[in-house]
Design a protein around this ligand. Structure first.
Ligand code: PHE
Length: 454
């Protein structure tokens, strides 16, 4: 079980923060967040989401990072070392499996974003009616060549980054891509709020409509808080394993949660002000980005460039998340099988690409192929995002709070006299209560809901 090469590590704290933020800000923030906010009560939903971030997102993020950092191993080795038996080794493997499966279909949607970036550049996205935008999207997403082709390209880009390792790959590239992403978000927000009818969009996003909040909506907010921080799939355990023993974990994690939330809300502001400027309705679900937005951009001055900016933003966000979903499996192959990083990256990339192909074909060739009434893409994304991810979160909570114990966890969190949890015993207490009592209960509620108990 000895690592065969010296373990890689982040060069700096900022490097870690950008990498973890890169993982967090992804399709969940840019594609999913705006439309679930639109459908579930605007600011009321955002408020619930913030509460869940504080109650379970932030504490579990800290828990995952401390497990990885303490063990300095992939989730398999880390779970086994801390849980001290086979069951936990198996749990570690299951969590790595979840991340891997997510990486396979995540790349399909991310590939569409990349494809739409190219479409924007080529000037193919100019529509005068929503039916045109719809037909265009249907045509592309059902084409095996287009869908599998961009899935392949996107996966190849991700592997290219991972090839260079933790510092030169993930860290260095995130430190370039994330600031660029933030600049693009700011440009889009400025454009959005300077439009004449911006207030309508802002009102839609920022006024609470409690009548639209349903029990299902509450659980969506909970799931979103979980997914957006890339929890429950080994990513943060792995990123934690590259963190120096001297780093104060709560202090390094806080900016990640804060900036991720800020970026999600800003993207929401940009999208809604832009959509409302053309009197279109935002509550249209997932097609918001591929149908409504291109139509809006077609009608706007400088829409050509805005569209390029937007799909660039989405592609960058997805890329830094995709690499974080692939990395747990790669680190497993390096730690446990003694593979070189280059071999491990290529192997993981090829495998994830192949497993992703049926997802890429789910909107065309394999449209009629269903499992439990869902097409392959919907089935596998439902299974992983709604079942395996909360399950992974539950395992990590039990591992840290009950098997390892809070006392040991705190020993590794209070790294020095200056450590945040030393200074702020109340916050430390809050962390303990959230991890030990609140999060397991909330996760069980999510799972029962998914399984149809409510
Ligand atoms: N946090 C990412 C998002 O919001 C999701 C993600 C999933 C990231 C899996 C890494 C791994 O899109």
């Amino acid at each position: 079980m000895k690592p065969f090469e010296k373990r890689e590590s982040w060069k700096s704290r900022t490097g870690f923060i950008f990498a973890a933020l890169g993982s967090a800000v992804g399709l969940g923030s840019i594609w999913r967040f705006p439309y679930v906010v639109g459908q579930n009560g605007g600011a009321a939903f955002i408020l619930l989401y913030l509460i869940f971030l504080a109650l379970i997102g932030f504490p579990i993020l800290i828990a995952e990072i401390v497990v990885g950092r303490t063990a300095q191993l992939s989730p398999f080795g880390a779970f086994k070392k801390i849980g001290k038996n086979k069951f936990w080794g198996f749990s570690g493997k299951s969590v790595i499996f979840t991340g891997f499966i997510i990486s396979s279909f995540y790349s399909v949607i991310a590939g569409w974003m990349l494809g739409y970036l190219i479409e924007s550049i080529l000037g193919h996205l100019s529509f005068s009616a929503s039916s045109q935008a719809l037909d265009h999207f249907d045509k592309l997403s059902s084409s095996a060549f287009w869908s599998v082709g961009f899935h392949f390209l996107f996966m190849a880009l991700s592997i290219l980054i991972l090839f260079f390792g933790v510092r030169k790959g993930i860290e260095q590239k995130s430190k370039i891509m994330m600031p660029l992403l933030i600049v693009v978000v700011i440009i889009l927000v400025i454009k959005g709020i300077s439009l004449p009818s911006a207030s309508k969009g802002l009102k839609f996003l920022l006024s609470p409509r409690w009548d639209l909040v349903t029990p299902a909506g509450i659980l969506i907010a909970l799931g979103q808080a979980f997914f957006t921080l890339s929890l429950g799939q080994g990513t943060m355990v792995t990123y934690g394993s590259y963190l120096s023993k001297k780093e104060d974990i709560p202090k390094s994690c806080f900016p990640v949660v804060l900036l991720n939330t800020l970026i999600s809300i800003l993207v929401g502001i940009a999208i809604f002000t832009i959509v409302f400027s053309q009197d279109l309705q935002p509550g249209v679900g997932p097609s918001l980005i591929f149908e409504t937005l291109p139509l809006v951009f077609s009608k706007m001055k400088l829409g050509y460039f805005l569209s390029i900016f937007f799909f660039l933003l989405a592609t960058l966000a997805a890329l830094t998340s995709e690499i974080s979903a692939l990395e747990p499996f790669i680190s497993y192959l390096i730690d446990e099988k003694g593979w070189k990083r280059k071999k491990a990256s290529i192997f993981t990339g090829v495998l994830a690409f192949l497993v992703g192909v049926p997802s890429a074909l789910s909107f065309g060739l394999l449209k009629r192929f269903t499992l439990f009434g869902l097409n392959f893409f919907d089935f596998i994304s439902f299974l992983s995002v709604n079942i395996l991810v909360p399950l992974g979160g539950f395992l990590i909570v039990v591992l840290v709070a009950y098997v390892w114990g809070m006392k040991k966890a705190f020993e590794h969190l209070k790294v020095s006299k200056e450590a945040f949890f030393h200074h702020r015993p109340l916050v430390a207490m809050y962390f303990k209560i959230c991890l030990k009592y609140i999060s397991p209960i909330l996760i069980i509620l999510i799972l029962l809901n998914v399984l149809g108990f409510f």
